[in-house]
Design a protein around this ligand. Structure first.
Ligand code: PMV
Length: 381
């Protein structure tokens, strides 16, 4: 028997799915009956990308992102205690999800899975009936993933409940655990709580960085980056061609996986002095190389995908030509899709926005783009 338990524990630790004891709560000092909590969480854009995971949503390489200001999700979580007599029978979670005031059944399997994953850390989930009302500041059909901001907002709401049941939990624990939970919903969501620059994943040169939750970038950042702009060009507003789940999975047997993880770690090492001394040309090289490497991974996996559209490529070429002819510090990055994030210093806003309106907006669906910038993080409302 002892031998069997040891084997099971060994298997768990190999798979890295051992519950993380720091975040397990045994009992609460206060009771909750009914009420509601509200949190607004931002989206984020990675400079060094996370692509490839192991165990329970743990990253194969460290990543770093700018928190955004205008693209966010607002979530209201209403809760009501289920009747005590039935408590022992509560085998299922009871919740409904509403998007912009309308029931959104298609979101519910993802929340169900999220609840299953986090129940060990939030043992009260089956004791309440939940109504989750959510809305995004960006259009639902914009092709901008709402999973990062959405999972972050929901995790903060749940932690808010936990804090009401255990009021003495420290502020740092509150945010660490919320980020930890958000990660279990959608990996990059753990970078969507604080701002302005967040690291997720262990890196030797970044104190506090770890695979379990996002942490504020603790090193020096030059003022060049304090008010960076991100204008998102909406090239393709449709459903994602490849889900992140499949994309991450494809890194398992990928011929270039190891090199890619090494490249990301090295790019993060290179970014540290660049962020400190404000070297914009070096910043551009790292950020654009990261975006293209992420897409190269998808082009060279089996099955393979091209997630850029012809207009994505045209935008990239026009950005390069613009940079060459003007000396601008405008650069691009991409997520796992066709939309283009244009990053640039605030000081260049006037000229860059003119360039976007005159020469790039014609390449966007219905001419649409979203002007955003580096933000401070989630807020309770
Ligand atoms: O959080 P996920 O599992 O949807 O992964 C998203 C990863 C990228 O957005 C493509 C890159 C990143 O680091 O944000």
């Amino acid at each position: 028997m002892g031998f069997l338990i040891k084997r099971i524990l060994l298997l768990y630790s190999i798979l890295n799915v051992m519950p993380v004891h720091k975040f397990i709560v045994c009992s609460y000092s206060h009771k909750l009956t009914s009420g509601s909590v509200n949190w607004q969480s931002p989206s984020n854009i990675a400079l060094v990308k996370y692509w490839g995971k192991y165990g329970e949503q743990l990253p194969m390489n460290p990543s770093i992102s700018f928190t955004l200001e205008n693209c966010n999700t607002k979530t209201t979580l209403s809760y009501e205690k289920r009747s005590l007599s039935k408590a022992s029978e509560h085998k299922e979670y009871e919740f409904q999800v509403f998007l912009d005031g309308k029931r959104e059944i298609s979101f519910e399997p993802k929340i169900q899975k999220f609840f299953e994953r986090v129940e060990v850390y939030l043992p009260f989930l089956k004791n309440f009936t939940f109504k989750i009302e959510t809305s995004n500041s960006f259009p639902h059909s914009s092709g901008i993933a709402s999973s990062a901001s959405g999972m972050s907002a929901l995790s903060l709401c749940l932690m808010d409940m936990e804090r009401q049941m255990q009021p003495d939990i420290p502020e740092c624990y509150f945010f660490e655990k919320a980020s930890f939970l958000a990660r279990l919903g959608s990996g990059s969501a753990c970078r969507s709580l604080n701002g302005p620059i967040i690291v997720w994943g262990e890196h030797d040169a970044i104190e506090g960085s770890n695979n379990l939750y996002g942490t504020k970038y603790p090193l020096k950042v030059h003022k060049n980056f304090s008010d960076f702009q991100d204008t998102i060009l909406l090239v393709d507003k449709g459903e994602k061609q490849v889900s992140s789940t499949l994309g991450h999975e494809l890194m398992h047997d990928h011929l270039y996986a190891e090199q890619r993880f090494r490249q990301a770690r090295e790019n993060l090492s290179k970014l540290i002095p660049v962020l400190e001394n404000g070297d914009l040309p070096a910043f551009i090289e790292i950020v654009e190389s990261e975006a293209l490497s992420l897409h190269a991974m998808m082009m060279t996996s089996i099955p393979y995908f091209i997630l850029m559209k012809p207009n994505t490529l045209e935008i990239i070429n026009r950005v390069w030509a613009y940079r060459k002819s003007t000396g601008s510090h405008l650069c691009f990055t991409l997520d796992a899709g066709a939309n283009v994030h244009l990053l640039y210093p605030l000081g260049e806003s006037k000229t860059v926005l003119k360039f976007i309106s005159n020469e790039l907006s014609e390449l966007c669906k219905n001419g649409e783009f979203i002007v955003d910038q580096v933000g401070k993080g989630a807020i309770k409302f």
